[in-house]
Design a protein around this ligand. Sequence first.
Ligand SMILES: *Cc1c(COP(=O)(O)O)cnc(C)c1O
Length: 366
Amino acid sequence: MHAMMDRVFNFSPGPAVLPLQVLEQARDEMLSLPSVGMSVLEISHRSPAFDTILEETLQRLRGLLGIGDSHEIVFVQGGASLQFSMVPMNLLRGQAAAADYIITGTWGATGAKEARREGKVHVAWDGAATNHDRLPSDREAFLSDTPAYVHITSNETIQGVQWKHDPDVGPAPLVCDCSSDFLSRPIDVSRYGLVYACAQKNAGVAGVTAVIIRKDLLERSRDDLPTMLDYRTFVKNGSRPNTPPVFAIYILGLVCRWIADHMGGLAGMARHNAAKAKLLYDVLDHSGGFYTGHARPECRSDMNVTFRLPDEAAEKAFLSGATKSGLMDLKGHRSVGGIRASIYNAMPVAGVEALRDFMIDFQRQD
Ligand SMILES: *Cc1c(COP(=O)(O)O)cnc(C)c1O
């Protein structure tokens, strides 16, 4: 059987392409985990077999990201969207200070909207005026006095705008939605108060969200929080206050192993991702204006490459031609229009090369 031959190149923004080795291992172990005799979908979340899966996944994440004793990692359900609420519930509720949001795209704006339900929000910068095509310079973002925290989105998935350095926010805890570039490059977690990421872009399947939180910040959570929305519940119970998303945690563990063993860790992963993105940005830059990138060059994302064609008719023809060539899910989000190529960790170079060749041919034929 050659299942490979039916596989197309999947440029979906998420859920997204997974590493073939991970899918193969999950398939091989689907009916019976080695030496367990049951599927991971069937075992108790309190069984020794799942103890091992959970512990290994946490250890692999710690290893890849170089996380020391200062931070806890917990796995939560509800996606990154629930973190838009849990972050301010735990870190802002009852505080006199404001939470500062640097809004570089749709997801950051959504996070700020939810935070307003819990306390004061100060928008330190908002790129809406130019439809979120860039990041602020260090002098443009005005923080409030002693903010409760400063929130950024490391990669805006819809606009294709990615931070290239950690902003300097002084002593305030820096909180980052890393959902769409988690495990795609190294980050210095010690500089962050809290990092959260759903798994289904770069790191696995929907159902699990990793939250990495500096231990001292746990003291801010108030006792009137619902139990399941209090980070302390997840820390105290080792991410198992109730039934965790066992399959999603298992896949996250396999992806971590794939990055460590096959991709050269996060440094290797970052080089691989930057090289892929360059293939596409080079086409934009050499197209004589036929393809125009949405993000300004200095903030271009290595994960989501967003661009327009001369008109909507050309974009429609592009998308249908791409689909016929096995290049799937390239339609941009309606708020940006045009094309979005999501080229996360698991997108092979061959897929990006196929898209590059298609782009060059399409322009030639136009
Ligand atoms: C996908 C995404 C989200 C939303 O994730 P859900 O798990 O669907 O809630 C939030 N932030 C960013 C940056 C994303 O890419």
